[in-house]
Design a protein around this ligand. Structure first.
Ligand code: KG4
Ligand code: ZN
Length: 337
């Protein structure tokens, strides 16, 4: 048997545990999604998320061990997301990981959530090796990361305001689609015309940074304008045109950054990376520009613990060990060279 990592993820509204062998082989991947619960409120309610994590965390961990077909003794280390994320939610996973590591005398390895999202790409792509350019777009983050090695990163672009997923969620709410907005806009867009409405694309001069708040305001202004003029809104056209504006910027910045850093490969990561049109647009742009393109399956794009197990493996192999004082860090910065 290789190196088995038990991984735990509870940074937002998924309570998840997984067992990953040698940083690539997912032996189990258990996800309890709280989406149904938070839907009622139109977004994640932190206190409710924490309480649900407390209720579910031991169940998903036990299920992950069982499904992997291993015993507690077969685990080499316990990896856990300790930031960034909701502090109360993170604390549940961190406390559970500490308790198991202490009781079973296993090393404890804290993992950065975004490093986990990036590492999801290794699960199904055995040929993917650093260096490469990775576009991480999730509900809380939009980072363009030059992955120099398995745990060596250079952040070359970031959002200056809203994250891409946040923009999806806000626009979805404005057109009455509910939470979480990303998958709903993805679906509705297929019935709309992406060229129907000209929404702005923010391109930052001399930088690969992003900004989505102007786009979000433009969509809200458009909707208000239609309402005032009594014009019926075609929601599918709004969804498709908004989505196209986000995708254009994500793709342009990724390709330009990959060229500037002489990368041979481009990867996508994070919840928004499960967007079907984004995957298609990035694949096409990579093909046209001669880059190999990588993308995790949707189940490994949105929050899961398998990705934490992969990132945790590389941290473990690099000698990272955390003490019993490991704390949840809601604003944990990503280490960048
Ligand atoms: O990575 P993730 O699960 O959680 C964070 O780390 O934030 O990302 C969740 C985000 C949400 O904003 C959700 O609306 C978005 O990913 N998302 C999508 C799609 N599926 C999830 N956005 C666009 N298209 C999708 N198919
Ligand atoms: Zn995430």
């Amino acid at each position: 048997m290789g190196v088995n990592i038990l991984a735990i993820e509870s940074s937002c509204d998924e309570t998840a545990a997984a067992v990953v062998e040698d940083g690539r082989k997912v032996k189990s991947n258990i996800i309890y999604s709280q989406i149904e619960l938070h839907k009622l409120y139109g977004g994640v309610v932190p206190e409710i998320a924490s309480r649900k994590h407390v209720e579910k965390v031991n169940q998903v961990i036990r299920a992950a061990i069982k499904e992997a077909g291993i015993s507690w003794d077969d685990i080499d280390a316990v990896a856990v997301t300790y930031g960034p994320g909701l502090v109360g939610a993170l604390l549940v996973g961190v406390s559970a990981a500490k308790a198991i590591a202490y009781a079973k005398k296993k090393p404890l390895v804290g993992v950065h959530h975004i490093e986990g999202h990036i590492a999801a790409n290794y699960i199904e792509n055995p040929d993917l090796k650093p260096p490469y350019m990775c576009m991480v777009a999730s509900g809380g983050h939009s980072h363009l990361v030059h992955v120099l090695d398995y745990n060596k990163y250079e952040i070359v672009g970031r959002t200056r305001d809203d994250a891409a997923g946040e923009a999806f969620d806000k626009v979805a709410r404005a057109i009455g689609l509910g939470y979480p907005g990303g998958p709903k806009i993805d679906k509705l867009s297929k019935e709309g015309n992406p060229h129907a409405i000209e929404f702005p694309r923010a391109h930052m001069e001399d930088s690969y940074d992003f900004s989505f708040s102007g786009l979000k305001s433009a969509v809200l202004n458009y909707l208000n304008g239609c309402q005032m003029k009594g014009i019926e809104v075609n929601n599918a056209d709004v969804a498709a045109s908004f989505q196209k504006a986000v995708i254009d910027v994500l793709v342009d910045n990724s390709i330009n950054a990959a060229k500037a850093h002489s990368c041979k490969s481009v990867a996508l990561a994070g919840g928004v990376a499960s967007n079907s049109s984004l995957r298609e647009a990035m694949r096409k742009a990579c093909e046209e520009n001669g880059f190999a393109f990588y993308n995790p399956s949707p189940i490994f794009c949105t929050d899961n613990a398998a990705m934490i197990g992969v990132a945790g493996y590389h941290e473990y192999m690099a000698g990272t060990r955390h003490g019993w004082d490991l704390n949840a860090e809601p604003n944990l910065p990503m280490k960048s060279i």
